[in-house]
Structure formats: C-alpha cells, structure tokens
Ligand binder design. Structure first.
Ligand SMILES: [Zn+2]
Length: 307
C-alpha cells in the first residue's frame, strides 16, 4: 500500500473525535517539580489525561532514573491515567539536527542566518553514529526510569535530520511526534496576528507515514506559550479554528503545551487550556486521550475498524 493509502486508513481510524494533550519539557530541562505537580493537578481537575514528554537527562549529570522525586511523580501520574513519552536526551541546542523554520523564526532574525550559525556550531554532531549514541542513552535512561521503553519520540524544539529518523527506526521505535500541522501558533507567539500564514500542506492533521518505517503523530499547534491576559482571546480563537478544521478533516487534535507555562502561577495558560477543553467537550464531544492510547489503537487494528 502506498503512503496515501496508509494515510487514508489511519485517517478513517481516528473516529470518534480525539483530543490528545502533550506537555513538553518536564525532567532534565524543567526540573522544578512544583511546576509539574501544578500542571498535573490542573489536568486532573479537568479529567484530561496528558502525555508528559520527559527530558531524560540534563546539565550537571542529572538523570531521570536517579531522581527519586521525579520517579515517584511520574509513576503516580501514570497510575492515574497519564502517560510518559521521550523528549530528546538533554534538550541541548540543536541536539538532533537543525531546527525547522517554524522554530527558527522565534530567534527574530533571518532564519537562514540562524541555520548557518547553528550548522557552524553543531553541524559536526549531526551524524548518524552520534544520533544513535544519544538516542540509545535517552532510551536507556527512560527504560530504567519507567520500566518500559518509550513508544513516541519528540526531539527538543523539533531539531531533526533525515538520518535521525533512520536511527529511531533502527532502535526499534516506530512513532515520532515531530511535525507541526498549524505553524500559526508560533506566528501568534511572535504576535504576527495579521499575517500568520496557514497550515503546512506537508503535515496532515492525522497520523501519517513519515518514512517507510516511521509514523508521525503530528502536533496540531501550541496556543498557551507565555500568555498575557490580552492574548488569550486571540489564541483561543486560533485553537477553536484548528479544532473545527481538524475534525472536519477526520483528524486527531494533538495539543502541545509546556510545563513551564501550564505550571506557572499566573494561571494564564491554564485559563486558555481549560476553556479549550470545555469547548472540545461540549461542542465536539471529544474523547480525551494520550499518545500511548493512540498508538495502542493504531497497533490493535484501529486502522480499519472505524475506531
Ligand atoms: Zn521541548
């Protein structure tokens, strides 16, 4: 079957309307457990399970498998229906390759200039053998910490090379979540409200065959990054527009948010996300779920049974 056929089947698989919440950066990047606990309790209050994209390693040799407080928190979260997946190794600069344009634009300079600088600084590390070393270390730490291998890999700030995906598959992983359907969320971060662009035509709003061996579970967008009260209505309107379009396309709405924002004590990200959960539940009757649940359904023949 060709890629289009697979995409069509996967697309059909997504009924009923699915809403997946992923939250990036807890662990090696954002080690403050207070932020994580506050975010986790927020999801619990809304009865929304989340996939926590955990950074397994960090500066000064911090390692998830040796951090008892984090192990307790993540295992407790999983017992309560949340999910843990893998987010980079250290989340270091350009760890697994260059950043895509949507991320580079946040540098507020010419994106080609940024690419040239990143390549000069890190390009010698974007090799298959080094990708493999890093990913093996990341998977090893995750496995010792969680007692199982991760099912889904997302790199820090979506840094990537084609060779990295070969390594992911060589190490037995089949799923990544490393592409963005609606880059407008990042244009909104830069307050480019008048000319935010549109969806990336290369990234469908449902799981798709990225390479022969890898399926991408694409991120729809980010709406709740360091908000101010003035931004909330606009960003929420964008999220609602994406909800409608994703479900019209029979896709999977896959939110990305960040622990440093959801767990912040200003409560602004929580306000936006709470209102979004409410709309999704009331107007679309969504089924909230995790990446692990989505993978399980894809693996269990959900491809053809109308689920
Ligand atoms: Zn991240």
């Amino acid at each position: 079957m060709d890629g289009t056929g697979v995409a069509r089947l996967i697309c059909r698989a997504m009924l009923p309307r699915r809403f997946i919440t992923t939250m990036d950066d807890p662990g090696g990047l954002i080690r403050d457990l207070t932020l994580f606990d506050r975010a986790r309790r927020f999801f619990d209050r809304w009865d929304v399970p989340a996939s926590f994209m955990v950074v397994p390693h960090g500066e000064d040799g911090w390692s998830l498998d040796e951090a008892d407080d984090w192990l307790d928190a993540l295992h407790a979260a999983e017992r309560d229906g949340h999910d843990t997946q893998l987010h980079g190794l250290d989340h270091a600069h350009c760890e697994f390759g260059p950043y895509p344009p949507v991320i580079r634009q946040l540098g507020k300079r010419d994106i080609d200039e940024i690419l040239a600088e990143d390549t000069a600084q890190c390009g010698h590390l974007w090799r298959k053998d080094i990708h493999r070393e890093k990913l093996e270390q990341a998977i090893g730490i995750f496995e010792r910490a969680m007692g199982r291998r991760p099912q889904v890999f997302r790199t820090g700030a979506l840094s990537q090379t084609p060779e990295m995906y070969e390594v992911v598959a060589d190490l037995g992983m089949r799923y990544v979540s490393n592409a963005i359907t609606d880059p407008r969320g990042w244009a909104y971060i830069l307050e480019k409200y008048d000319d935010p662009g549109d969806w990336d035509p290369e990234v469908p709003p449902f799981p798709y065959q990225l390479t022969g061996r890898i399926i991408d579970l694409p991120i729809t967008s980010e709406y709740a990054w360091y908000l101010t009260p003035e931004k909330i209505e606009r960003h929420l309107a964008l999220a609602k527009d994406d909800l409608r379009r994703v479900y019209e396309a029979g896709g999977v709405f896959t939110l990305v948010c960040h622990v440093q924002c959801v767990g912040a004590d200003d409560g602004l990200s929580m306000e936006l996300l709470g209102r979004l959960f409410d709309v999704a539940r009331r107007e679309y009757g969504v089924e909230f779920g995790t990446l692990a649940g989505l993978v399980a359904d894809l693996e269990e023949g959900g491809l053809t049974n109308g689920r």
